[in-house]
Design a binder for this molecule. Structure first.
Ligand SMILES: Nc1ncnc2c1ncn2[C@@H]1O[C@H](COP(=O)(O)OP(=O)(O)OP(=O)(O)O)[C@@H](O)[C@H]1O
Length: 682
């Protein structure tokens, strides 16, 4: 392990972005030599490379107040040898109208991929669509579910959790909250990811710094937006930079970026790759997959790994690829050929642009071309790569960082701080939906309509009044349940992304989500009950009204808990909605309003129906024990003897029903939490 004082020396000497000429000097910097401090920028020179900034005197710069992007950068050398991965899936066959699962099929997606990515280098994974680039990147990041064979080491260590907080991963699809602005997104990431040693203000300034570094100043206050045209926000390129910015905040030593340029115009693609190059030049190991790089982009790569059907056909210096291909008989027919195009053609087995040479017998069919390139890799490149991988002594990063410290796995902020930040972020992200006009309209219109239907109902019309109470319990059983079902399935990608990089504990996220949902969950039913209760002419006692309201809020929270649990268990909105409809229908029928004499063998159903307890409590507080109603001319009967109420078996005390609802309130939330935990990384 590196002594702390040594780490500080390195820290102050590693610039955020260094000059191109300094590429090879990254390791020297690490050894303590003085380097020029360069101000980062996104403007490009003629070659599409960030221009060199003014160099400052060669004396070490004074430690910056906001220097976390320079500090504790511990270079990581990534080595991978014979990485193979097989997927297993079930084949399906149609029998009549039904799809049946048949035998399990296995397919090898990666075979024997080998390479080395060093600090200070930008390594690109190239290959045709479906060749296994994303799978390889995910495997190298230690995020692939299932068994990966071969060896992947991070400074010689095989366990990716050792370097978890030093690894950044930017997936192909940007996983961002659409309603947060760029500034909010990066500020929350900074608050959750930067170390405890920095104050909140310093963390916020880091977010600002990343915005400037990534050229996002113009759109800092614009909402990120979704991919769909329904809610447009910043552009695709800006969104990609926000995703990269989130990872930059952890000052990763090893950064994986999946397809950062897909769907972007060449200038924006250039901008993004130059950002990655800048990050690499500052001593990081950056690995990216890329689909079809232009020659301008290709020139920015230090190394490339080329895949064809999951097999490597080249792994090494980007600048040497044409020489290598020439040496194995594949010389391009034109002088000015984009190496990436040539490589991709060959990876597809296409030799249309290969110079014909009578001396060399070229395979014409695609399978033979691929086979010949795979064999050439095995024969010519693999031995040298293997030797490189096994020479630990010359691994500069191993010298610098030594054994990764276990403390890397400590949380960067306290539980309470995580809770606070996540709560605020959740409230901000969901503010648009919490009190959306549509929801308010929905609740107001139903409450006014029910108030009109039951307008000042006569107390002697007991059946009507209990009908209104049952309607309360049903409406506020369905509504929160169906809203809550969406919570976790929709948040899942974000949860997986953020938890994979160790941003926060699941318990702090869960608690923040529960608390954050309360305002919306409680305010709307309060408005609803207030309107319907008084319009409907229920018991005018203020105490009865308040008790009715409290029971309804309790009911809302229980129903929400069921929705959360179903969503968390199934993680599929469609399935969860179908199951919830059936469940609610059963609870509604067993509630005690429609059927008063249930057969004994199925009467137990009412004990699992929260609607039953809620309805019982509502009726119980509405009518006192000896309350009477006019059941005929001059005749008065006890309300509790009314058939629809009598069958509810109301006791003097209703604490049993309150206890049953309390168990459900807590129980469903515990189930939801456990289901989430089981579906999570770690
Ligand atoms: N979970 C899975 N189930 C079925 N097939 C899979 C799975 N994961 C990967 N594959 C298959 O493995 C192959 C490699 O996929 P991968 O996404 O790594 O390719 P890629 O090179 O990144 O493609 P693209 O450039 O189109 O994103 C593909 O043929 C894909 O269909």
């Amino acid at each position: 392990m590196m002594p702390p004082e040594q780490e500080t020396t390195i820290a102050t000497n590693i610039p955020a972005i260094t000059t191109r000429q300094e590429t090879s000097s990254v390791h020297h910097e690490s050894e303590g030599s003085n380097t020029n401090k360069i101000k980062p920028s996104l403007e490009l020179d003629d070659n599409g490379i960030p221009p060199q900034q003014q160099t400052q005197p060669t004396t070490p710069p004074p430690p910056s107040r906001f220097s976390v992007l320079h500090q504790s950068l511990r270079p990581i050398t990534l080595k991978f040898e014979d990485v193979s991965y097989t997927i297993t899936f079930e084949s399906q066959k149609k029998k009549g109208c039904v799809l049946r699962k048949e035998s399990k099929l296995r397919r090898k997606v990666l075979t024997g991929v080998t390479g080395v990515a060093n600090p200070g280098e930008l390594t690109a994974m190239l290959g045709p669509s479906g060749s296994g680039k994303t799978t390889l990147l995910t495997a190298l990041a230690g995020r692939l579910a299932g068994k990966v064979s071969g060896t992947i080491t991070y400074n010689g260590h095989t366990d990716p959790t050792f370097v978890k907080r030093k690894v950044g991963f930017v997936p192909q699809e940007d996983v961002l909250y659409p309603h947060l602005t760029v500034l909010e997104t990066l500020t929350y990431a900074a608050l959750l990811r930067l170390p405890k040693s920095l104050s909140r203000e310093e963390k916020k300034e880091h977010a600002e710094m990343v915005i400037t570094e990534l050229g996002l100043t113009r759109c800092r206050n614009s909402p990120v937006g979704g991919c769909m045209a329904l809610f447009r926000g910043i552009s695709g390129g800006e969104r990609k930079r926000v995703s990269i910015g989130q990872e930059m905040l952890v000052n990763p030593s090893l950064l994986f970026v999946d397809e950062p340029t897909s769907g972007l115009d060449s200038t924006t693609a250039q901008l993004i790759v130059s950002v990655l190059r800048g990050l690499a030049l500052a001593g990081r190991t950056v690995v990216t997959t890329i689909h079809q790089p232009s020659s301008r982009l290709y020139r920015m790569f230090d190394k490339v790994v080329v895949l064809s059907d999951g097999y490597p056909i080249y792994s090494g210096q980007a600048g040497r690829v044409m020489d290598y291909l020439g040496s194995v008989g594949y010389v391009p027919a034109f002088n000015f050929m984009n190496p990436a195009d040539f490589l991709l053609d060959l990876a597809n087995g296409v030799v249309a642009d290969v110079k014909h040479d009578d001396q060399i017998d070229h395979h014409e069919d695609q399978a033979s071309v691929k086979q010949s390139l795979m064999s050439s890799f095995k024969k010519n490149l693999y031995p040298a790569l293997k030797e490189d991988i096994h020479q630990n002594n010359t691994d500069p990063s191993a010298l610098i960082s030594g054994t990764p410290r276990r403390c890397d796995n400590h949380w960067t902020s306290s539980w309470w701080e995580q809770f606070r930040v996540l709560l605020k972020r959740g409230l901000q992200e969901r503010r648009h939906e919490s009190f959306s006009g549509l929801r308010i309209f929905q609740v107001l219109s139903v409450s006014i309509l029910s108030g009109l239907l039951w307008w000042h109902s006569d107390p002697s019309h007991v059946q009507d009044q209990v009908g209104l109470l049952f309607f309360f319990s049903i409406f506020w059983g369905f509504f929160p349940l169906f809203n809550a079902i969406f919570a976790f399935p929709l948040e899942r990608p974000m949860l997986i992304k953020e938890r994979s990089s160790g941003m926060y504990k699941l318990s702090s996220y869960y608690a923040a989500r529960m608390v954050g949902d309360l305002p919306m969950e409680l305010v709307l039913p309060t408005i609803f009950i207030t309107i319907s209760y008084w319009m409907g002419g229920l018991n005018p006692s203020l105490v009865t009204f308040v008790l009715t309201l409290l029971i309804m809020l309790f009911n809302v929270l229980v129903s929400q808990g069921i929705g959360l649990a179903l969503g968390a268990i199934l993680m599929d909105v469609k399935q969860a909605t179908s199951l919830a409809s059936v469940t609610m229908l059963v609870f509604l029928l067993a509630g005690g309003y429609y059927i008063q004499q249930m057969p004994a063998f199925i009467a137990w159903l009412k004990y699992i129906s929260f609607s039953h307890y809620c309805y019982k409590l509502l009726v119980g507080v509405q009518y006192s024990v000896n309350e009477v109603y006019e059941c005929g001319q001059g005749l008065h009967c006890r309300v509790r003897d009314f058939p629809a109420i009598k069958c509810l078996e109301l006791e003097d005390t209703m604490w049993g029903d309150v206890a049953a609802l309390t168990v459900m309130l807590i129980g469903y939330r515990v189930v939801a939490y456990l289901a989430l935990r089981m579906g999570q990384p770690h």
